[in-house]
Design a protein around this ligand. Structure first.
Ligand code: ATP
Length: 754
């Protein structure tokens, strides 16, 4: 019995006492008596005072200690531990040694500005951990290791950011060190953790650019220093020149401008009702070439209304009215059906109402729209109180995997009568539990002919774009009587068709992933223009039968994945990524979290989405609208353009400075720019001109341009030519000014002479 608990030794005078420790997971699995016995608790009298003190000495108080925060000055000093800053500091020291005090002061001032800007932007990460620790005051974070003695409580771990907590202000980079396995969401988080979030294209481009620039510039600097040394110049002079060149060549403002540009894009996107959780995702949107979207609620309105009823004995009724209210009628052969005057129809309505968790109050729906549609139908028939006639004894809840829901009830006024089951769900699921069908109040054995007829009816309702629910009732789940089908309309969202057309014409493939039937899914997809003659539709079952490689071969042609559940989404993503696609995937349920993490852009639904899927997503659509994805893609493409413009601007100045100094050194001329001047130019250039490029409004036609190829480097041939032309103009201009001013003041000649 004690196996389930840990016994922890603690010193007790000369002896050691054992304190039992029991995890909440284990405790939840055990009866109360057993828990009390393991923890040596007395259920009648509680713990004795001495025992309380004893255990408190081991466990501590039932609260979190607030540890002292790292002083701000320490955080500030740590900013100087950057190799480039160290290099500049060394250059300032050398300037002092060489008695160039004005240079030393200017370089130092510039360093202080750079460090302060960085400190204000990268420091001061403040996190609201109230959901985790109950501590309402925001917690400051730093990277300083915490002493083991104060590290017992979560609040004292000020170098750790916890999942599920909210950033109040600031930003920081972190390493994922683990998942909350002991929390309720632990299992889902564990799975999400197994899926590594891929690096975004911008991160990859910037990594590549950084490597290329460092390699080239350090190579050139090495050559210049060698040439200078061979020319007999002093090694200290060459070091100063080397530092100037490093400062000139490395566009240290780039990460800040990229961040600011992305942040401005994120703010613009909030106005378009898309919340982006990870900055670089904004730019990934511009590369997105496949969008996998849920149907219900994203492409369609998720406003369900029953429009058609088919009874198991072959009657067809039409239902009028829209929305969750009693306005509308059920019409059969031109006659209004009300109450119980058509038993076949009222049985369907009764089953739909009893096997239901939704409520309509003052024309407002509380619960799922599919269920709300059935309650509204009952209201139109005057049967909306029918649930009150039954007492629910058991429930088999709906899940996207199972695709049906059932309840077991007894009649309130006939409690001595046997229990009755009601079931509703996808036709092919419900029919598996039926052995008979209702024919004018009688239960007749279900034969193949009936099944074929019902299958046919279900297909024709689906082909009209209706969501089809089958209904059944009976004494046992395996012995149900099939009652009929209802067809529910869920109109496409306005504007989605146009968004789909624009995206498809720009080269973005759109795929619908839905739990609905083939006919319904294909009908809606065709209406929205994302399914054509050449497209294919495959089911969740077919996905199960294929491995990722096989699936990859057919996914380019598949426009609809029907009867799919959340677990299929991950396989769909992997197969698309296998073909080199950049995939955006939408999701709302807890089970979608893993797929959202694996997608290049995980998109969660703001209204219907669960917290877990919002946590896993990169972007949240505030109003669940597909059109917002298009606006986000538009913004992503625009932002990349702005970043590219900034890179062009920065590199032109960097290369110009590098060329100037290289030419001067190689030709044994005086240095036209010293380290301090280069640094100031950099600071000014990183400021207003760079920021203004970041806020350029998005070109309206950019959405029509094809998604950027992931393999394209940010430095295309075209861009390099433009950079070189700009650099040459800057170099010529600067040399001219240097020559003219130097000629007038005699400084140039003096400098050459010396
Ligand atoms: P998506 O939102 O991904 O487009 P969906 O909403 O169409 O998918 P599900 O909600 O998983 O898919 O529904 C799948 C099928 O299950 C539906 O076609 C319907 O037949 C049935 N169904 C849906 N909701 C319920 C419910 N509340 N009770 C019983 N059956 C349901």
């Amino acid at each position: 019995m004690v196996e389930v608990a840990r016994l922890q030794k603690i010193p007790d005078g000369d002896n050691e006492t054992m304190i039992p420790v029991l995890s909440s997971k284990k405790a939840s699995e055990l009866p109360v008596d057993e828990v009390a016995s393991i923890l040596q608790a007395n259920l009648q009298n509680g713990l004795k005072n001495c025992e309380v003190c004893h255990r408190r000495a081991f466990h501590g108080w039932n609260e979190f200690d607030i540890s002292e925060d790292e002083p701000l000055w320490k955080k500030y000093i740590s900013q100087f531990k950057n190799p480039l800053i160290m290099l500049l500091l060394a250059s300032a020291v050398i300037s002092v040694v060489m008695h160039q005090f004005d240079d030393a002061v200017s370089i130092t001032v510039a360093i202080v500005i750079v460090v302060t800007v960085a400190f204000v932007q990268a420091v001061d990460l403040s996190i609201d951990e109230s959901s985790l620790t109950g501590e309402t005051a925001p917690c400051s974070k730093s990277t300083a290791p915490q002493p083991a003695a104060t590290n017992g409580d979560l609040t004292s771990r000020s170098n750790i950011a916890f999942m599920g907590t909210l950033v109040r202000c600031g930003k920081a980079k972190g390493i994922v060190i683990g998942t909350g396995e002991n929390s309720e969401f632990g299992e889902v988080f564990k799975m999400m953790q197994a899926e590594e979030a891929p690096k975004t294209p911008l991160q990859k481009s910037m990594d590549l650019l950084g490597k290329q620039l460092s390699l080239y510039s350090f190579g050139i600097i090495g050559v210049i220093m060698l040439v200078g040394w061979l020319q007999g110049k002093h090694i200290l002079d060459m070091f100063t020149i080397g530092v100037s060149l490093a400062v000139a060549a490395i566009p240290e403002g780039l990460p800040i401008v990229v961040t600011v540009t992305l942040a401005l894009g994120v703010m613009r996107m909030v106005k378009k009702r898309a919340i982006v959780k990870k900055l670089p995702i904004v730019e990934t949107l511009g590369c997105c070439n496949v969008i996998c979207s849920d149907k219900t609620g994203t492409l369609t309105k998720n406003e369900m209304t029953v429009t058609h009823i088919f009874t198991s004995d072959g009657q067809h009724a039409e239902v009028t009215g829209v929305g969750y209210n009693r306005f509308g009628e059920v019409m059969l052969d031109g006659e209004v059906i009300h109450g119980y005057n058509n038993p076949s129809i009222s049985k369907i309505v009764e089953a739909g109402c009893v096997c239901n968790d939704a409520l309509i109050r003052n024309d407002t729906l509380m619960g799922k729209p599919t269920e709300g549609a059935l309650i509204a139908l009952a209201m139109k028939m005057g049967l909306d109180g029918v649930q009150e006639d039954y007492i629910r004894k058991a429930e088999y809840p709906f899940s996207s995997e199972q695709k049906w829901m059932a309840v077991k009830c007894i009649h309130r006024t006939q409690q001595d009568k046997p229990e009755v089951c009601f079931m509703k769900g996808a036709y092919e699921q419900v029919i598996r539990y039926c052995t008979s069908y209702n024919c004018k109040g009688q239960s007749l054995p279900l034969v193949q002919q009936q099944r074929e007829q019902y299958q046919q009816e279900k297909m024709s309702m689906g082909s009209a774009g209706l969501r089809v629910l089958a209904l059944a009732s009976g004494p046992e789940l395996g012995q149900l009587t099939f009652l009929g089908l209802v067809g529910i309309i869920d109109p496409p969202r306005t504007g989605v068709k146009e968004a789909v057309t624009t995206l498809i014409s720009s080269g973005v493939a759109i795929k619908m992933v839905t739990g609905d039937s083939q006919e319904t899914a294909v009908a809606i997809a065709s209406r929205l223009g994302l399914y054509s003659k050449n497209s294919q539709a495959i089911s969740g079952e077919e996905i199960d039968d294929l491995d990722i490689q096989q699936l990859s071969q057919i996914t380019p042609k598949v426009a609809v994945f029907y009867r799919a559940s959340p677990r299929h989404k991950l396989k769909i993503i992997k197969s698309l990524q296998n073909n080199g696609a950049v995939v955006a995937m939408t999701g709302d349920g807890v089970n979608d979290a893993v797929a959202l993490k694996a997608a290049d852009i995980g998109v969660a639904m703001g209204q219907t989405g669960t917290d877990v899927c919002k946590e896993a997503a990169d972007m949240i659509l505030v109003d669940d609208d597909f059109q917002t994805i298009m606006s986000a893609i538009e913004e992503g493409k625009g932002i990349y353009n702005n970043i590219k413009n900034f890179v062009r601007f920065q590199l032109s100045t960097s290369i110009a400075a590098l060329t100037l100094i290289s030419l001067a050194t190689l030709m044994n001329f005086p240095n036209p720019l010293n380290a301090m001047q280069i640094l100031w130019i950099n600071i000014i250039m990183d400021g207003p001109p760079a920021q203004s490029l970041g806020v350029e409004p998005v070109d309206k036609d950019i959405i029509r341009k094809p998604p950027r190829n992931l393999k394209d480097s940010i430095l295309t041939k075209n861009l390099i030519v433009k950079i070189l032309v700009s650099s040459i103009i800057i170099v010529c201009g600067t040399l001219f000014v240097f020559w003219r001013e130097g000629k007038e003041t005699g400084g140039f000649k003096k400098a050459v002479d010396t």
